[in-house]
Design a protein around this ligand. Structure first.
Ligand code: SF4
Ligand code: SF4
Length: 385
């Protein structure tokens, strides 16, 4: 495993970070039944014992259960002392200044720890940024830091670059968590976010390096491009290498749900050449060609972050988009249609959508959710058995 300095925090963190928003479910087809604790403990402990030192969670992940699962897993064997825990509190649960402290105390209890290594203001977006400043949320975080409850202060961001730049310049944050991957270099927060955060001396963690798993399996057009290169690598490795190449990035957070994925990733991030500046000009051109090939395939840009959920009418929004995107990218809708049949039978299909519009403002990707759900439904509906 490679490790990198993490800006002014003084921490050294593993280049591969473990995201705890995609822990294994009890029922892999129905996340509402909760996390499979035994499998999740096994994954987290394996990661901690095999070089991963950065663990990312949040107040709301897994219906507010992720922090507890992480805390329970790391408590055994004193692993907690050897790792960096980063968690987040969203503005949406900060109704009063007292709430902010209560939420942190609850988080500390769930994580079974006396301190959080880096505490993030979760998911700053353009619409909340003004209110965050007016409420002087930073000052509450600074009190926690002075009391030793948190050691460093940061933020995670979803949105466009101009507000991101303003956020970076407004406060001496110690770290930020931003979405980047080989498809989004010029999209949303853009590659400029990496350079801007670095210029402002803010350590950088990357989320969605594989676009919610979408970059793991390359469609034929992309696979052909990767296969044209002398060194044979899987699509996930190309996507990771694209990010590893940036010296400004401290860690790349991947949400791993199976032992197979975790082991593969640890092995990949332990290769001697997984270093900043690892890409040759030829490899950079391969990635540019792959991006163009991906972009030529029409998909809905859902990262499956889950911020739009729960839908009051029980529609499985990210699930419908995932199935649609899988069908598009692999040019085969058989399996997605079959899976969607079960979604429909479970009362979670797009047919339940009333177009109430409650979900759309919550989407960091600015997807017109009711409209795109209909696109997905049209492509996915019709399978019976
Ligand atoms: S618009 Fe449809 S999917 Fe969105 S919250 Fe309303 S019912 Fe649910
Ligand atoms: S539709 Fe938007 S908010 Fe909902 S899961 Fe996808 S990206 Fe996230």
């Amino acid at each position: 495993m490679h490790y990198r300095d993490f800006g002014k925090t003084g921490l050294k963190v593993s280049l591969l970070g473990m995201g705890c928003m995609r822990l294994p479910f009890k029922d892999e087809n129905d996340g509402s039944k909760g996390v499979n604790r035994e499998k999740a403990y096994e994954l987290i402990r394996y990661a901690a014992d095999n070089g991963v030192s950065y663990f990312d969670t949040a107040y709301g992940y897994h219906a507010t259960d992720s922090e507890a699962v992480l805390g329970e897993a790391l408590e055994e064997g004193g692993r907690r002392q050897n790792v960096t825990i980063v968690t987040k509190q969203p503005f949406g649960v900060m109704s009063s200044q007292g709430d902010i402290r209560r939420n942190l105390e609850n988080t500390l209890k769930k994580l079974r720890t006396d301190y959080i290594d880096v505490y993030l203001l979760h998911c700053i977006m353009q619409p909340t940024w003004q209110a965050i400043q007016e409420r002087e949320i930073f000052k509450e975080f600074e009190k926690f830091k002075a009391e030793g409850l948190i050691r460093h202060i940061g933020f995670s961001y979803h949105g466009q670059f101009p507000t991101f730049k303003e956020v970076c310049e407004k406060y001496p944050w110690e770290m930020c968590l931003i979405q980047q991957n080989l498809l989004d270099v010029n999209r949303e927060v853009t590659e400029q976010a990496i350079f801007t955060a670095h210029k402002n001396n803010i350590a950088i963690a990357i989320m969605e390096p594989l676009r919610g798993g979408g970059l793991v399996r390359a469609p034929k057009a992309v696979a052909d491009i990767y296969d044209s290169y002398a060194v044979k690598r899987g699509a996930a490795e190309w996507a990771f290498r694209h990010l590893v190449n940036y010296p400004e990035i401290g860690t790349i957070v991947s949400g791993m749900s199976t032992m197979e994925q975790l082991k593969e990733n640890i092995e990949m991030f332990s290769k001697p050449d997984m270093l900043a500046g690892c890409l040759s000009d030829e490899e950079k051109n391969i990635i540019i060609s792959a991006r163009e090939a991906y972009n030529s395939i029409v998909t809905i840009p859902c990262t499956e972050c889950g911020y739009c959920t729960p839908c009051p009418y029980n529609v499985d929004i990210p699930g419908a988009f995932r199935l649609y995107n899988d069908g598009q990218r692999f040019n085969n809708f058989d399996q997605p249609k079959r899976s969607y049949m079960f979604t429909r039978r479970g009362g979670r299909g797009v047919g339940e959508c009333t177009a109430c519009g409650e979900c759309t403002p919550k989407c960091p990707q600015e997807i017109n959710i009711p409209k795109e759900l209909q696109t997905a439904h049209k492509a996915l509906d019709g399978w019976e058995e």
